[in-house]
Design a protein around this ligand. Structure first.
Ligand code: FAD
Length: 375
């Protein structure tokens, strides 16, 4: 259930093992013209993500359209820059387009005769005893049920599959929101399509209680994300007019402002997204249902690992299937036992890294320590 990043990759792994897969996706096909999902937003892809893509043979293809980011570049309020390498010997994380990556995975799924894609199909519920899905055609509103043998819930942080499991006995669940939201903004490409900031870097404007980041796109632009409190003196609530936004950016992000000609329009057009951590257990229901990706472990984005961890779920599941064949009961049980501690650790690191990115990266003591470490 769900043809997002994790669902579409998982379908390739399952088909590679000889299984017949049908993917149901609530939204329209993002590859079709006019899809709002086609909007260019990028993600940081790192080692565990690469390993999972290489497992279905598309590492190279994606690497060709990814931009390596070798270091963080911090912008202080005076426009001064400082730098921290991400690793040694040219190690990098990569900026990749979310829509581009999803499109590539869907193209591959579509070419695979074992995979059927069904768009505009929303999961309304699941009969866990009878192994039936309840679906609604989002174009006509018609409802129907389909049987399943194994159901993989890759329908994201607000998973309907998880929703059905939440109503079973002794299912643990928690969700917690930050007091911060995020807004996507754009740094325009230069006049000749050149990158107006260092291309091969992740840019951060740490400001203590909040921050902005920017990741490069292939066309010379950067996607910025402002992580900002909902309420307070410096907050979304406090910026209600174009003049207030202009004055705020002039004071707080003076070197970025001239590169953001559409700021005033974008600030009011683009929605504020919320930031949630979801923890739950178990992830499996008998040998029939398994949750993966954000459906089982949605985390805040500050460690850049949500998708990477979801991709790693696919690698781990594939390894277990290699080992135990179609003994789904053993595979699901081992999967959840093995992955849950890792997912919990990732959730903690992501929350911790919020503080580091908005505050500690700007601390001269931290910079010095990083310098020593990298030597
Ligand atoms: P999703 O991408 O949410 O896909 C779920 C799919 O299921 C969707 O297509 C949805 O339409 C479908 N669906 C939902 N409900 C239903 C239903 N009822 N019926 C049918 N279909 C349904 N991760 C990184 O690794 N690196 C990053 O740099 C990074 N940056 C991020 C920045 C931001 C601002 C945010 C918010 C997240 C970021 N993440 C990042 C996290 C990453 O986006 C998620 O971890 C990833 O998208 C999870 O993939 P998924 O396939 O599990 O879920």
């Amino acid at each position: 259930m769900g043809a997002g990043l994790v669902g579409s990759l998982l379908s390739l792994y399952l088909a590679q093992r000889g299984h017949e897969v049908t993917i149901y996706e609530r939204r329209a096909d993002l590859r079709k013209a006019g899809s709002v999902e086609g909007r260019s937003i990028n993600l940081a892809l790192s080692d565990r993500g690469w390993r999972a893509l290489e497992g279905v043979g598309i590492g190279e293809e994606i690497r060709r359209v990814g931009i390596p980011m070798y270091r963080r570049v911090m912008h202080d309020q005076q426009g001064q820059l400082s730098f921290q390498p991400y690793g040694q010997d040219n190690q990098a994380i990569y900026s990749v387009s979310r829509a581009g990556l999803n499109r590539t995975l869907l193209d591959l799924a579509e070419q695979n005769p074992r995979i059927q894609l069904r768009f505009n199909e929303q999961c309304l519920g699941i009969d866990l005893r009878a192994n039936h899905l309840e679906l609604r055609d989002t174009l006509t509103g018609a409802q129907h049920t389909v049987p399943f043998q194994q159901l993989f819930g890759t329908d994201g942080a607000f998973s309907a599959v998880r929703g059905a499991m939440q109503r079973t006995d002794r299912f643990n669940y928690s969700q917690s929101y930050l007091e911060y939201g995020y807004k996507e903004l754009t740094i325009e490409a230069g006049p000749g399509g050149e990158w107006p900031l260092e291309k091969n870097a992740l840019h951060i404007w740490p400001r203590g209680q909040y921050l902005m980041i920017a990741l490069p796109n292939l066309d010379g632009s950067f996607n910025c994300t402002l992580f900002f409190p909902y309420e307070g003196a410096h907050s979304f609530a406090a910026l209600q007019t174009a003049a207030q936004v202009q004055a705020f950016f002039e004071e707080i992000f003076p070197d970025a402002l001239p590169l953001m000609p559409d700021l005033r329009e974008e600030f009011f057009q683009n929605p504020v997204g919320s930031l949630v951590t979801v923890r739950c257990f178990p992830w499996a229901f008998d040998d029939n249902v398994l949750l993966l990706g954000d459906a089982s472990h949605a985390i805040v984005p500050f460690y850049g690992q949500g998708m990477n961890a979801g991709f790693e779920d696919c690698t781990v599941l594939n390894e277990l299937l290699e080992h135990h064949g179609n003994d789904w009961s053993t595979v699901f049980e081992q999967f959840q036992r093995q992955r849950k501690p890792d997912a919990d650790a990732m959730a903690e690191l992501a929350l911790y890294n919020f503080e580091e990115m908005r505050d500690r990266v700007a601390d001269p003591r931290f910079l010095l320590q990083k310098k020593i470490e990298s030597k």
